[in-house]
Write a protein that binds this ligand. Structure first.
Ligand SMILES: [Zn+2]
Ligand SMILES: [Zn+2]
Length: 334
């Protein structure tokens, strides 16, 4: 009897160990974004490429190597700002990309904006390219990648299971209309079984609120990838609290993003368990930073560019690891 029970236990453990995860690598792009998703089927999608030059491209390649990835199936560019699209020319020299996804064309036509966009278009010239719209999906096996914003447009109807009234609507004053690329960010809701993660790039205040007011069109999420590096042009309580995220992960730099306003809006969010940060925000002090244990880069110098890794299971449980220390924390299914 006992040996049968042990055999069953061993089989159950083996089954659990073999269960494939959705892995997410948050690279340190020093206040830019570069987030690599590796699906349970082994497909890869990189959200943004960090800044121009070798540093961020090398960090992306290192994470891809760690994930066992030798090419990128997709690179999704949220918007045409230098800390998101700037890394493309160096990245494509190092790693093959099958398909680029973006919202179309840049609306920023000063000299720098035009040069940045041209460098991107030149770098992707030989590559398949998809222009994506709200309501579209990125075709991936085993996970659902739903686009909720792009080029200033938003999904117009609540997603399945969403549509709840948001009691905070109207409490955060609206801001001036944002005519920059930020308000045109491609935003995604990524679902793997019961696990849900939201990433809106640098989407700003008004657009974020329109997604959750008067009713919440996105629904809730387990993990909130903090909008706009935690800058205070994004991340109102009206938006953040509607997600009811358990964990927030902020891709801030030591001196970019990580504002007290964005931090406190998350900290006061219902159901929040932990905030993880790529950097300690120098200006925030202890009151507006998470613990060192949940911070990938504590000291501003020397810059070692540590990342954060998240592994999610189909049941909604997930583990987050600080790649500086190896410290891991598991968040159970709910
Ligand atoms: Zn940015
Ligand atoms: Zn931006």
């Amino acid at each position: 009897m006992r040996s049968i029970a042990l055999t069953l236990l061993a089989a159950a453990l083996a089954c659990q160990a073999a269960e494939k995860t959705l892995d997410i690598y948050f690279m340190d792009a020093e206040g830019g974004q570069a987030t690599l998703f590796v699906t349970p089927a082994g497909q890869s999608i990189l959200v943004d490429t960090g800044w121009p030059g070798a540093r961020d491209a090398d960090r992306i390649v290192a994470a891809a190597h760690q994930a066992g990835i030798t090419k990128l199936d997709y690179v999704l560019i949220t918007h045409f700002h230098i800390d998101h699209v700037g890394g493309v020319p160096e990245l494509v020299k190092r790693l093959h990309v099958d398909t680029f996804i973006d919202h179309g064309t840049s609306v920023e036509h000063d000299k720098a904006g035009d040069a940045l966009y041209k460098a991107y278009v030149d770098a992707r010239a030989q590559t398949r390219h998809i222009e994506i719209k709200p309501g579209d999906r990125v075709p991936l096996k085993g996970i659902d990648w739903q686009i909720v914003s792009a080029a200033g447009d938003l999904i117009t109807q609540p997603l399945p299971g969403a549509g709840q009234k948001n009691p905070l609507c109207g409490t955060d004053a609206r801001r001036d209309v944002d005519t920059t690329e930020n308000a045109r960010s491609v935003g995604s809701l990524i679902t793997f079984g019961k696990f849900r993660v939201v990433d809106l790039g640098d989407l700003t205040w008004n657009k974020e609120q329109e997604l959750v007011c008067p009713v919440n069109r996105i629904g809730t999420a387990d993990v909130y990838i903090v909008s706009h590096h935690g800058m205070n042009m994004s991340g109102s309580a009206t938006f953040v609290h509607a997600l009811q995220a358990r964990v927030a992960i902020m891709d801030n730099g030591a001196r970019k993003g990580g504002t007290p306003e964005a931090y406190q809006a998350i900290k006061s969010s219902p159901g929040i368990t932990d905030i993880w940060q790529l950097h300690r925000a120098v200006a925030g002090g202890d009151a507006n930073n998470t613990t060192d244990q949940l911070t990938a880069n504590v000291a501003e110098t020397p810059d070692q560019g540590f990342g954060i890794k998240l592994s999610a299971q189909r049941d909604g449980s997930f583990t987050v690891t600080n790649l500086r220390t190896g410290f891991s924390k598991r968040y159970p299914a709910r």
